[in-house]
Write a protein that binds this ligand. Structure first.
Ligand SMILES: Nc1ncnc2c1ncn2[C@@H]1O[C@H](COP(=O)(O)OP(=O)(O)OP(=O)(O)O)[C@@H](O)[C@H]1O
Length: 738
């Protein structure tokens, strides 16, 4: 850009400023505008009167009179009457003319007041008759309202124009019509200076505004931008009074100058920036732009790549999540499956199953901190105080039930075991734990103080016998289930244990102590298992000996007070869970076996009859397990004192402990702990139907016992005689026959 050349259109800038200024001017005080308007109306009226009155008469009235000039010029009424007579000839028949030297009659000139009054009165009467708005004669006096006089004159003027146009229609006078082109003369003089200023400041090449000093010239030279400026300026000043115009124009010019300076300053700033840019060679600029474009392009590509990778990762994550969710659900199944398999392995090994259940805090019980920190599928973690060593201890069982486990959940987990009864297994479920830990809540029956109480009907232990026959094979299945609720494990009144066992035994009552002994013997695979030490172990004999499936339900309380008992209970339970009883076997007799057994029984009976002679004793024989043989009379009445068969005897399951203590007769070895340690030649019992003859010498293989049973008159005595040992090959492990 060439130096010094304006970057903006000066004319249009001026136009902008004027527009703004005009807007501002339009808001100038209404009163002054009204005054201006009144002046213009007055000039209009005066001009018309001068024109109508003629040069001589009109000389007393200036063309643009002040209010005072106007009032004084008309005060004699001569101009008014003469003009009226021109408009309406004869309206004022006699006009009193002023003396020839008088120009203007000053206020208070008493000499001619009467004359003036006559003229004015005649004028006003005539005017009123014509229906033209009048004024008061006093309006022509000092302080009068010249506006009413102006209004009257302009109405007369209008009437005259109407009349000259032919007087058609009804004459109307609004009284406020603006005098047409009344401002032209005013603008003419003042706008010259202003427009010339603009012309001097226009950029080269713009048309000069010179020559616009007359109204005619203005109209003739209006072209392009100048034209719009002219129009604008005229409009702006058209309604301003002559006195105001210099101030307004000065104000406008200073605004225009301010604007020009502002625009020049910003233009300079722009030029400086542009020139700095222009210092860089254009080839460098192109390279720079190209480099930027390249960067943008590669950034876009990177972004797209990132987006793609992101989407890929999200979709991979989704797939991964699906797989995980699937695996998680599978994991649960696998866990469940594992548990079943574990139980099956336990079945095969013949372990006692141990379930553990934690009682919740009871309603009304202060909800202290539970000693049970966590219960998972098969683990229970206990918070132990420092005296127990570690801060926590975890015990593992076949299944663990937390405080929120329902009866249904517990039953669902026990159900398969109960079903086994129908499959010919003996099942024993007993509950173990301290008082109030929830044993009865889980079970139905209890043993307390060596008394078996069926909690269901307050009778002697709940045992369910089941017998079934397979209709196709004829096989007979027999199963039984014992449900036993033990007394609280802490009710210890005596113990024979010492050391660590003593500590534990303090929390285990007699039954439990005996149970512990049985379990201990079983786990050590001792030949002798002291089942008869307690009712419990007698009761559970079938269930603990390898033929049954046994479940011990351990219960613990969550209260901190019970922690000692809880820990002993859990330790005991853990020991029990390691006991292997040998795989459970079903009580299943096939038809062939049954027939053979019947034949053997018949033969045995015949043999017994032959050997027994008159005594009527039966000779019985059977294969015995290495450690015991049980026989029992089939009834307590003398008439039924004979044994039917060894099979019948073996069916009986209950053996009162005391009966053995009352055994009398010839024996070869002493009784030990209520159990016959070896064979008896003759065994007599006086007060019981039940008798167990047991041998504890497991090193011996099989025995054949021949028992002579002699009838007594008073009671069913059982006499065993001629017990002799029949050597036979040792049975392989697990094939012991009972
Ligand atoms: N799992 C449980 N959910 C809700 N309440 C239980 C639960 N276990 C036990 N209880 C409640 O706790 C209280 C004691 O339970 P329960 O009588 O079964 O204990 P116990 O071990 O049989 O006691 P005791 O050795 O004195 O016979 C009862 O009021 C019982 O209803």
């Amino acid at each position: 850009m060439a130096e010094g050349v304006l970057q903006f259109d000066l004319a249009s800038m001026v136009e902008d400023v004027l527009q703004q200024q005009g807007k501002r001017l339009s808001d100038i005080d209404l009163a002054s505008r009204k005054a201006q308007e009144a002046s213009l109306r007055r000039y209009d009226a005066a001009g018309w009167l001068r024109k109508m009155a003629g040069v001589v008469a009109g000389k007393d009235l200036p063309a643009e009179p002040s209010e005072e000039d106007f009032r004084l010029g008309l005060r004699s009424g001569i101009i008014l009457c003469n003009v009226l007579n021109k408009v309406q000839p004869g309206a004022v028949p006699k006009v009193i003319e002023a003396p020839p030297d008088t120009v203007i009659i000053p206020d208070g000139a008493a000499l001619s007041a009467y004359q003036y009054f006559e003229n004015v009165r005649n004028f006003l009467v005539a005017i009123e008759e014509m229906g033209i708005p009048t004024f008061e004669a006093s309006d022509l006096e000092q302080g009068g309202k010249s506006s009413r006089i102006v209004n009257c004159i302009l109405a007369l003027k209008s009437y005259n124009e109407w009349k000259q146009c032919g007087g058609n229609g009804l004459w109307k006078f609004s009284g406020n019509s603006k005098p047409p082109s009344s401002g032209k003369q005013i603008v003419r003089k003042n706008s010259d200076l202003f427009l010339n200023f603009i012309a001097r400041n226009s950029s080269p090449g713009e048309k000069s505004l010179d020559g616009l000093s007359s109204e005619e010239n203005t109209c003739g030279d209006e072209v392009g931008t100048s034209h719009s400026l002219h129009v604008l300026v005229r409009e702006l000043l058209s309604d301003k009074s002559r006195e105001d115009i210099p101030v307004i124009v000065e104000n406008m010019l200073s605004k225009v100058m301010e604007e020009i300076e502002r625009r020049l300053a910003s233009q300079n700033e722009h030029i400086q920036i542009t020139s700095r840019d222009e210092d860089v060679p254009s080839s460098d600029k192109t390279e720079e732009i190209q480099a930027l474009k390249n960067m943008l392009h590669s950034a876009k590509e990177d972004m797209q790549l990132l987006q793609m990778k992101h989407q890929e990762e999200v979709s991979n994550l989704g797939k991964h999540l699906n797989t995980l969710a699937h695996a998680a659900s599978g994991y649960q199944k696998v866990l469940e499956e594992n548990r079943k398999l574990y139980n099956q392995v336990q079945d095969l090994k013949g372990n006692i199953r141990v379930y553990c259940r934690v009682r919740p805090f009871l309603p009304g019980q202060p909800n202290g901190l539970s000693t049970v920190e966590d219960v998972s599928d098969s683990n229970i973690t206990i918070i132990t105080p420092p005296k127990f060593g570690k801060g926590k201890k975890t015990f593992t069982f076949n299944k663990a039930f937390g405080p929120s486990s329902s009866q249904e959940e517990v039953f669902a987990d026990t159900q398969p075991l109960i079903r086994s009864v129908l499959d010919g297994y003996n099942v024993c479920i007993f509950a173990y734990g301290q008082t109030g830990s929830g044993k009865t809540f889980t079970m139905m029956i209890e043993i307390y103080n060596e008394q078996v109480r069926d909690l269901a009907n307050h009778g002697c232990c709940l045992t369910v016998h089941v017998q079934g026959r397979d209709l196709t094979s004829g096989a007979i299945l027999r199963g039984c289930m014992h449900l036993v609720d033990l007394a609280g494990s802490e009710r210890v009144d005596k113990t024979e244990a010492t050391g660590d066992r003593l500590k534990e035994a303090q929390h285990i009552n007699r039954s439990l102590s005996a149970l512990g002994d049985v379990i201990s013997s079983l786990s050590q695979k001792n030949a002798h298992v002291p089942y008869r030490n307690s009712k419990l172990t007698q009761l559970l004999q079938d269930s603990l000996g390898g033929r049954a499936k046994t479940l011990m339900f351990v219960h613990i309380s969550p209260e901190p007070d019970a922690l000692g008992e809880t820990i002993s209970t859990l330790k005991f339970a853990e020991r029990v869970s390691t006991v292997e009883l040998g795989a459970a076997r079903t009580n299943k007799d096939t038809t062939d076996v049954k027939e053979l057994k019947e034949q053997i029984a018949t033969l045995k009976a015949a043999l017994a009859r032959k050997d027994g002679g008159e005594s009527g004793a039966h000779q019985l024989s059977r294969y015995s397990s290495p450690d015991r043989l049980r026989v029992m009379s089939s009834g307590s009445s003398p008439s039924r004192s004979s044994w039917n068969s060894i099979d019948d005897a073996c069916k009986t399951e209950v053996y009162p402990e005391q009966s053995l203590n009352k055994i009398s007769g010839r024996r070869r070895h002493s009784l030990d702990n209520g159990l016959a340690r070896t064979q008896y030649e003759t065994i007599t019992t006086d007060d019981s139907d039940d008798l167990e003859i047991a041998t504890s010498d497991s090193s011996e293989a099989d025995y054949q016992l021949q028992l002579n049973i002699r009838k007594s008159n008073s009671m069913p005595n059982v006499v065993g005689s001629k017990v002799r040992r029949i050597p036979s090959p040792k049975p392989t492990k697990g094939q012991e026959m009972r």
